[in-house]
Design a protein around this ligand. Structure first.
Ligand SMILES: [Zn+2]
Length: 219
């Protein structure tokens, strides 16, 4: 097939056959015109890089190229390479940056270079909720949205308890609370003994993280 003939055909010139690193695809010329190096190839160097099958050959990774096309097609959306387990895929961003740079698609390579992609994922930490274990009977079953992560941690804490000289259980309370011992207790105490003991207790700390993906993040 003669590529020049292909190009001269009005209908075919709107759809360009590409061979991207061995993967064949067809892309609208309008989309490709947004990628400077390809636009230039389509104008001037068309014949040099066109194979016998009429496909314009681009020596780039086709998986990465797909993100360049996505960006050209949807200019308000930036690529998000992130997941909950591994976080950001920096390697993929690096490869995309290099390819965008190579193709003259500088707006995207600069966006990656400035690490603007860090803003595409926002993690909002809620205030920690602290409950004393023993006072919360059965743990509540909770349903959360897929973008919410719940972390629970049991912490050991120590506090000082005021001891009742008469051994009355309800008088034994944390030292920072209002005394419950009355005059009889004071009398029973006499001159002896310590008033306070340390107690270890456990609290359940619940943290909620809300994760928001924002593909429109702009610096
Ligand atoms: Zn008492």
């Amino acid at each position: 097939m003669d590529p020049a003939a292909t190009m001269s055909n009005t209908d075919c010139s709107k759809i360009i056959p590409l061979n991207v690193g061995g993967r064949k695809m067809q892309v609208a010329k309008n989309t490709l015109d947004l990628i400077p190096v390809i636009k230039m190839k389509l104008k001037d160097e068309w014949k040099h890089d066109v194979g016998t099958d009429g496909h314009l050959f681009l020596d780039v990774d086709p998986d990465i190229f797909q993100h360049i096309l996505d960006r050209a097609r949807h200019p308000t959306h930036f690529p998000i390479f992130w997941d909950k387990i591994r976080g950001f895929d920096y390697n993929r961003y690096n490869r995309l940056e290099a390819q965008a740079d190579y193709l003259g698609f500088s707006e995207l390579s600069e966006w990656i270079g400035r690490q603007e992609y860090l803003k595409t994922v926002q993690i909002k930490m809620g205030k920690p909720e602290i409950h004393e274990i023993g006072r919360i009977g059965i743990w509540d079953i909770e349903t959360v949205d897929g973008n919410v992560e719940v972390e629970r941690q049991v912490l050991q804490k120590t506090r000082s308890l005021r001891v009742c000289p008469r051994g009355i259980a309800v008088h034994v309370i944390p030292a920072d609370q209002q005394k419950r011992c009355g005059r009889d207790c004071e009398r029973a105490k006499g001159e002896s003994g310590c008033d306070y003991i340390d107690e270890t207790y456990e609290v359940l700390v619940t943290l909620r993280k809300t994760i928001t993906l924002n593909p429109e993040a702009q610096g």
